[in-house]
Design a protein around this ligand. Sequence first.
Ligand SMILES: Cc1ncc(COP(=O)(O)O)c(C=O)c1O
Length: 444
Amino acid sequence: MELATTTNLPSSDLDAFWMPFTANRQFKASPRLLVAAEGMYYTTSDGRQIIDGTAGLWCVNAGHGRREIADAVQKQVMQLDFAPTFQMGHPAPFELATRLVELLPGDLNRVFFTNSGSESVDTALKIAIAYHRLKGQGARQRLIGRERGYHGVNFGGTAVGGTGANRKLFGNIVTGIDHLSHTHNLEHNAFTRGQPKWGEHLANELDRLVTLHDASTIAAVIVEPVAGSTGVLLPPVGYLQKLRQICDKHGILLIFDEVITGFGRLGKPFAADYFGVIPDIITVAKGITNATVPMGAVFVREEIYQTFVQGIENGIEFFHGYTYSGHPVACAASLATLDIYKKEGLLTRVSEIADYWENAVHSLRGLPHVIDLRNLGLVGAIELESIPGKPGARGYETFVKCYQQGALVRAAGDNIALSPPLIIEKQHIDELFGVVTDVLKQLA
Ligand SMILES: Cc1ncc(COP(=O)(O)O)c(C=O)c1O
């Protein structure tokens, strides 16, 4: 196979693709193209191997180029390329749903399939609102998110998300939304190893919002157990437990957005297991297929599912779904991915290397501009002091230099987020942090 390179891809060929979440002009003036991937490494268009410090975008949990998934996908395409799941069925999503719910804690044992994290989030929010309505509490329509939360880019997810840049162009796209404060606090928690001890009380803000809006108007609270996209913000010890208690007290549904924490990132299958807090709804995507085929899913507790299916006399219970909900090829990819996770113990493997990872992250302490280091499971973050008047510039420079010098990392403002494939070995951790260390020493 001939690999596309920057030399055989004329710059005019970069014009038509409007790149997502990208500075298009800047990128097209100086592109970074990945043309192949295997195991822990990408190959760049100029023929270099770079270590994948981000599992693509928090999604290639079993590492790149997994033959078993490719074979399953190929077989499925030839056997049944597509079949509808509206008033029809085919075996794959039933089999996959049964396999998936075995991994979920508590009675989160019903699954709705989507094609992405964003769709999972909007599906979950709609389920929450409709659930209360079916229970005769139609006034419960308010949704509570959290500052610096990221829940994808669809209307509901953008509204409950807590990143100014993602929201400001769109005005009040969905009304009836409020936000908790984020849990990040350098003054109290800088350089904490693992979960910070300070900040449990921030969950009490939910009680404050209940007092303000009244519980009878609130449908659900959605949080990422560990906020990833906005720079790896960790939940303080006790915080998620307290959110659960307050939700229970007021009949509010708790949604965990596990699009990045799902499928082994913290050393347990889900963050819900890791923190010992069982929400009412969990959203996933990414690692569900090792990112080979787009897919997402929403897990709900038995009682929520029963409220829908018993609540409607006959006919369609939930007027919602995607043409590709339970797509045969995505299901095949996911089943093969789950086989790999099981065979290689990947959903719990991180617990074996988490200490080594933590030490590597905190080895960066004292390097220029480093104002915080954070870690949990196989997630790490380096927070850099912003250049006055140029927020994000130092993070971007770090990302570009790492790419040039052999590592893919992710910049979220002036935070560098690290989340490699779960197959990572100690020598890869050394290699990744070797590049990052060198780059941090070079920063102006
Ligand atoms: C927590 C969380 N929710 C939702 C999403 C959106 O997922 P997608 O990009 O697949 O729509 C992401 C993506 O990074 C995410 O991290």
